[in-house]
Write a protein that binds this ligand. Structure first.
Ligand code: GDP
Length: 534
């Protein structure tokens, strides 16, 4: 098959939701119905991210599972579907944002009783920033939940885009009768239980309204009425609007009962976009110039959006997750890390088939492949088969909490440095080295990150550290209009300057006023709350 055909049949999406909305259950059913797994209950370990610290560390030992299950590939209806997991715990939100840079669409799962919850809201924001198309699945209709019109209204408000219902529920909770499919003008009848397969559900055309009324009574009439209201109030289906993230199709169902799930899987294939072009920077006469890399471009190129320590603590190898952006990956081909110009010689290259990792035979735009590395690869790195380009857009957020690292045994300095460097490269934490010397600073978005890093330094690098509170409350990455302006700024605040793991210069702040005052004083300096890997 040609590059173009291979690209066209790929769908790469992430599931976003608030903890407990039913993401794990839905993921498992999607895998089950696509044939990627044979038995339910196989998606384990995915819970790791939302456990309390002690649990998390216990489960951390089984990290192999979470590595394998954070990316899943399945084939369905002659398409290759890549599903990416997003960590649920808010302390790992940075990870999630980066995962969202690697997908072409998102599936938002909401609990029909709770509507759009806080975590989902944050994820929506990121999708909105990137104009990522979103499919909405309203889950748990078998429970006593909110009125579907009400839910639609809330989704519209939270997403800031109109909804277009594709299915509509008949009743809910004990009286949940099923869903009406607006496209096929038929009703799929609900039957509880997790052993049912999509083809087992009874389908009755709406033309047999009398039959449906006799069977579902008032619930059917009410559903028809509210469905008409919803359709009247909502926008007609417009595929282009969906692709432009200006409209979300809405589905109803019950993941745990396998119900309404197939409709969603079909929607991913029928509606979601195949991989599109990605922006990169190339150097032309030593000047950075933006260039679009198309999936069908011949040369292989991809970007590292996640680095994760491997399960075996004795071998400190890690897996760099690469989202392929163009060309074709083939085993044995030569690859280069753009940032360093070094050739990449992975000991193995794998693809993720739900619970298994397999050697990759070929991969195309949209696919996620994992390189085993022993270092030398960072988050945001661009990997190509030789072409000189660098993808942009992988976000790092200014940390909101800081700690100073104090090593308990000074003889372990080398191990500490190596550990911090590697954990920084993984994005597990941000590491800042003060220009004026002294202890390293750790920056995090969530408290749990500190605890995980402390634990990993001890277990993986044999470097026991104490984390002391730091006077810093925030940081800003610095760029300047001229080298002179930068020099002046640096000499004014020598004790506030630090470099992060990617060697980017940052200004450490002790209060929100800091940035404002510094900005007023130095108008030629830009203070960035977000750094994009470049
Ligand atoms: P996650 O935290 O978003 O991954 O949520 P889970 O998939 O683990 O689901 C959270 C809880 O909700 C579990 O106890 C599930 O069994 C339950 N659950 C998931 N889907 C449904 C559903 O459609 N109906 C009902 N009643 N419960 C569900």
């Amino acid at each position: 098959m040609s590059l173009e055909t291979e690209t066209k049949r790929r769908r790469t999406f992430a599931i976003i939701s608030h903890p407990d909305a039913g993401k794990t259950t839905l993921t498992e059913k999607l895998l089950l119905f696509s044939g990627a797994i044979q038995i339910a209950g196989a998606v384990k370990g995915r819970k790791a991210s939302r456990h309390a610290t002690s649990d998390w560390m216990e489960i951390e030992k089984q990290r192999g599972i979470s590595v394998a299950s954070s990316v899943m590939q399945m084939s369905y209806r002659d398409h290759v579907v890549n599903l990416l997991d997003t960590p649920g715990h808010k302390d790992f939100s940075e990870d999630t944002y980066r995962v969202l840079t690697a997908v072409d669409s998102a599936l938002m799962v909401i609990d029909a009783a709770n509507g759009v919850e806080s975590q989902t809201r944050r994820l929506i924001e990121v999708c909105r920033q990137r104009d990522t198309p979103i499919i909405t699945f309203v889950n748990k209709m078998d429970r006593e939940v909110r009125d579907p019109l009400d839910i639609l209204d809330e989704v519209e408000r939270e997403l800031g885009m109109p909804c277009c219902p594709i299915t509509w529920p008949v009743g809910q909770g004990k009286s949940f009768g099923g869903i009406i499919n607006l496209r096929t003008q038929s009703m799929t009848v609900f039957a509880p239980g997790s052993e049912k397969r999509p083809q087992d559900f009874e389908v009755i055309p709406l033309t047999e309204a009398d039959k449906l009324r006799a069977r579902f009574g008032q619930a059917f009439d009410d559903a028809m009425e509210s469905m008409e209201l919803a359709v009247g109030a909502s926008t007609a289906w417009d595929h282009d609007a969906f692709l432009a993230a200006k409209l979300t199709p809405v589905f109803f169902g019950s993941g745990v009962n396998n119900f309404g799930v197939m409709e969603v899987l079909d929607a991913v294939v029928d509606m979601s976009p195949s991989p599109g072009p990605r922006v990169s920077t190339v150097l032309v006469n030593k000047q950075p110039v933006q260039k679009e890399v198309k999936p069908s471009d011949l040369g292989f190129a991809g970007v590292v959006f996640k680095v994760q320590a491997n399960m075996d603590a004795n071998h400190r190898d890690r897996i760099a997750f690469v989202r392929v952006a163009s060309g074709k990956y083939e085993p044995g081909m030569k690859m280069k890390v753009q940032r360093t110009g070094k050739e990449l010689r992975p000991t193995s290259v794998v693809t993720f088939m739900s619970q298994r990792r397999e050697a990759v035979e070929e991969a195309y735009a949209g696919d996620i492949i994992g390189f085993t590395t022993h270092g030398g690869v960072q988050l945001g790195d661009t990997i190509t088969d030789g072409a000189n380009l660098q993808f942009t857009g992988l976000p790092f957020f200014a940390p909101e909490m800081f700690a100073t690292v104090v090593l308990k045994n000074p003889l372990r300095t080398k191990q500490l440095q190596q550990g911090l460097m590697q954990l920084g490269e993984e994005g597990a934490i941000q590491v800042f080295k003060p220009d004026a010397g002294g202890n390293m600073l750790l920056g995090a978005v969530g408290q749990l990150q500190f605890e995980v890093v402390q634990h990993r330094l001890k277990t993986e690098y044999d470097a026991e550290v104490r984390l002391e509170s730091s006077q810093y409350t925030s940081a800003r990455w610095i760029t300047a209009e001229t080298p002179e302006a930068l020099r002046e700024f640096e000499t004014t605040y020598p004790l506030r300057m630090a470099h992060d793991a990617a060697n980017a210069l940052a200004y450490m702040c002790t209060s929100p006023y800091d940035v404002r005052l510094a900005q007023e004083r130095f108008p030629k300096i830009q203070f960035h709350p977000l750094r994009e890997h470049a």
